[in-house]
Write a protein that binds this ligand. Structure first.
Ligand code: UD1
Length: 335
């Protein structure tokens, strides 16, 4: 079986490539390297002993994507390619709508032409940001998003649902990720944020290594036990294994199904700081700062559907997430 990973050089894509290849599945990657580095392909090869086929192309280019589908025998697609920075999407909404929607529409048209019927889509818990009841279940009706990045995920989910109504042979799985962190235990692949990180874990690792002086904790007056925001952090290797399970499910079923990929456990910002300090035996200076616009107090998953239907469950602890994130950061500094 041969699976195309759009955006397969990125953080979640590269870890998913490893897990698929570990299962004996052939991987073809299409990635324009707009927010990733080709060195991740060397990392995948070092870990698995095999090199994925790589097309350095923009998936929004219909001709180049068509060439790929003509040259490779693709059985299914996992669609990661897309812009993902919340703040940037607020500043440049047109770029986000153009890129994320164009990429998806070109991919879907090309899949239709080549009669490829299986698609796994990288969605996000951000579609729940206007919902009130935690934990979020797949039935929690997304009510809208707080930023254009989130809206692109929301809109693509809708496009895929409509497409499945039009073609009963399609098998589409929407995966709503919670907060992916950590890195492969080998230290060979991980997250490479460009510039100052927006997300908590890469910010903490850069404070730990002295690149940034201290962490700003965005708000300590939320209605949570210690006043700081609660999120569902999931190890990227667990998340990658969720894609392997989703692909096996898609092989057996038709239609459009949505699954949360989280751990079901919520940790506050200060919980993460303490866990990181303990796991790595160092200290993280921080100060309390104002709330960040668009943040919600609490976000964590109900994971029952993924467990029952996909037979998948996240296994790695917060301590492992902290250890692996730090190992990866240190390996970057040695380069
Ligand atoms: C963010 C995105 C979400 C995206 C996800 C990917 C926003 C509003 N949402 O989620 O759409 O899918 O990343 O991982 O950006 N925090 C600090 N100090 C920091 C950074 C973060 O206190 O320097 C806090 C935040 O206020 C939040 C928690 O840490 O309570 C997690 O933040 P972050 O890692 O940015 O993820 P989300 O905001 O949950």
């Amino acid at each position: 079986m041969s699976i195309l990973l759009t955006g397969g050089v990125g953080f979640i894509g590269s870890h998913t490539a490893v897990e698929l290849m570990n299962q004996g599945i052939d991987v073809v990657i299409a990635d324009n390297l707009s927010n990733s580095e080709a060195s991740a392909i060397d990392g995948i090869e070092q870990i698995t002993g095999r090199r994925p086929v790589f097309y350095p192309i923009d998936v929004a280019d219909p001709e180049l994507l068509d060439d790929l589908f003509c040259e490779q025998s693709i059985d299914g697609v996992i669609h990661f390619a897309g812009y993902k920075s919340v703040g940037e999407s607020v500043a440049k909404p047109l770029q986000y709508y153009r890129n994320n929607l164009d990429t998806t529409l070109t991919l879907l048209e090309t899949m239709q032409k080549h009669k490829v019927k299986t698609l796994i889509f990288s969605s996000s818990a951000t579609v729940y940001s206007a919902c009130e009841q935690v934990p979020f279940t797949e039935e929690s009706q997304p009510l809208g998003c707080s930023n254009p990045y989130g809206w692109t995920k929301y809109m693509i989910e809708q496009i895929l649902k409509d497409l499945c109504v039009s073609d009963a042979d399609l098998s589409v799985v929407l995966l709503r990720y919670f907060n992916p962190v950590g890195a492969h235990a080998s230290g060979l692949i991980g997250e490479k944020p460009s510039g100052i990180p927006n997300n908590l874990m890469p910010y903490i690792t850069q404070v730990a290594s002295g690149i940034l002086p201290k962490l700003h904790v965005f708000g300590d007056d939320y209605p949570t036990p210690d006043g700081t925001g609660i999120r569902d952090y999931i190890h990227v290797v667990d998340l990658a294994k969720g894609h392997v399970a989703a692909l096996a499910y898609a092989d057996r079923h038709q239609g459009c199904e949505v699954f949360n990929l989280g751990t079901g456990k919520g940790y506050s910002v200060l919980d993460v700081v303490r866990a990181f300090e303990q796991a790595n035996d160092l200290s993280i200076p921080y100060e309390i700062a104002p709330r960040r616009a668009g943040d919600i107090a609490v976000c964590y998953a109900n994971t029952q559907k993924a467990e029952a239907v996909l037979g998948w469950k996240a296994e790695k602890s917060l301590a492992e997430m902290c250890r692996d994130s730090w190992r990866w950061q240190k390996s970057q500094e040695r380069e």
